[in-house]
Design a protein around this ligand. Structure first.
Ligand code: SAH
Length: 232
């Protein structure tokens, strides 16, 4: 009798969990159609990644109900998880392919890193705030992105031990393009970085290295949290 009760409870809680995850998947499908495809995101690897990564697992508990909203969300320590469209736009620009190596500066929640990890298994990410490095790492592990390597450090210096990178994405606004990151970009590689002053409108820049030559191009006006330096 008691066994039947426990078994029934188990069935109900599994059913509830499955229901919840199906509800979230539906919100993601809608997010991809209305926020991404409608605004011109076309790259199939990017769209598939955005449809797959459980964004609600990367926001604080009390923000879960807003996880798929068309906006950035606070993640503590005055930082934010970027709006889904921005994550998709930057990912698409990187043109990342399976097996290529990607570096992210500004782990935050770990969400952008998870999106990259859906495309390649070589993802490195650096976060300057210790608690967020831990938060991001926990979110990544809980969602099964074990291959992503997280480091607590000032991302200005990149990660020379794993360079060169095919793609570098910076998710905090820097007054200039850090020279070590340009250095660690592979020939033929692409970097996307918001450049400008904190709390003002910044320019999202595309940096391309070809035959040793570096070309930069402005893409669009954006607003990111500041790129900070030194200790946390
Ligand atoms: N990519 C993140 C967005 C986080 S916001 C996500 O998907 O959630 C940007 C992050 O950059 C913040 O967590 C901030 O602490 C971090 N950051 C700022 N300056 C940095 C630096 N010099 N090195 C590494 N991380 C930095």
């Amino acid at each position: 009798m008691r066994l039947t009760f426990v078994a029934m409870l188990l069935v109900f809680s599994f059913a509830a969990m499955a229901d919840e995850s199906e509800r979230m998947a539906e919100l993601r499908r809608r997010m991809v159609i209305t926020q991404l495809e409608a605004r011109g995101i076309r790259d199939s690897a990017t769209l598939a990644a955005m449809r797959t990564v459980p964004r609600h697992e990367f926001v604080p508990e009390d923000r879960r109900h807003q996880a798929y909203a068309d906006r950035p969300l606070p993640i503590g320590y005055n930082q934010t998880i970027s709006q889904p469209y921005i994550v998709a736009y930057m990912t698409e620009l990187l043109g990342l392919e399976p097996g290529q190596r990607a570096l992210e500066i500004g782990t935050g929640s770990g969400y952008q890193a998870a999106v990259l990890a859906e495309i390649t298994d070589q993802v490195y990410t650096i976060e300057i705030i210790g608690q967020l490095a831990e938060f991001g790492q926990n979110n990544l592990r809980r969602s099964g992105y074990d291959q992503v390597q997280v480091k607590h450090a000032d991302g200005y210096y990149g990660w020379p031990e794993h360079a060169p990178f095919d793609a570098i994405v910076v998710t905090a606004a820097s007054p200039d393009i850090p020279a070590p990151l340009v250095e660690q970009l592979k020939d033929g590689g692409v970097m996307v970085i918001p450049v400008g002053h904190p709390f003002r409108t910044q320019q999202l820049m595309l940096v391309e290295k070809k035959n040793g030559e570096v070309r930069t191009r402005r893409l669009m006006a954006v607003r990111f949290v500041p790129f900070t330096r030194g200790q946390d």
